[in-house]
Unconditional design. Sequence first.
Length: 115
Amino acid sequence: VQLQASGGGLVQAGGSLRLSCAASGRTVDIYLMGWFRQAPGKVREFVAASNRNSGTTSYADAVKGRFTIPRDNAKNTVYLQMDSLKPEDTAVYYCAGGRGTWNYWGQGTLVTVSS
């Protein structure tokens, strides 16, 4: 399984950005897809997840109400819609996937939020 993330960039505080993560290969193995992020000098942290089997989503408290994780199962793609961005959202964002655990990781995409 390969995960290809895209969509990062520079945005002003209060703005929006959408990341994409396309899965290829044996995608039947990845009913769980999600996003993590790592800010400079900090550990990688969970952002959001989407479970294809249950149809449920989950979010870190820091992004609840601002981020959503829509999913297009036909395209094996998950998105991260980020609204009301804050400078503290600046980080490298990674998509991940798996079957109950995060078995697969994509490359990071940098999101920079200016104040």
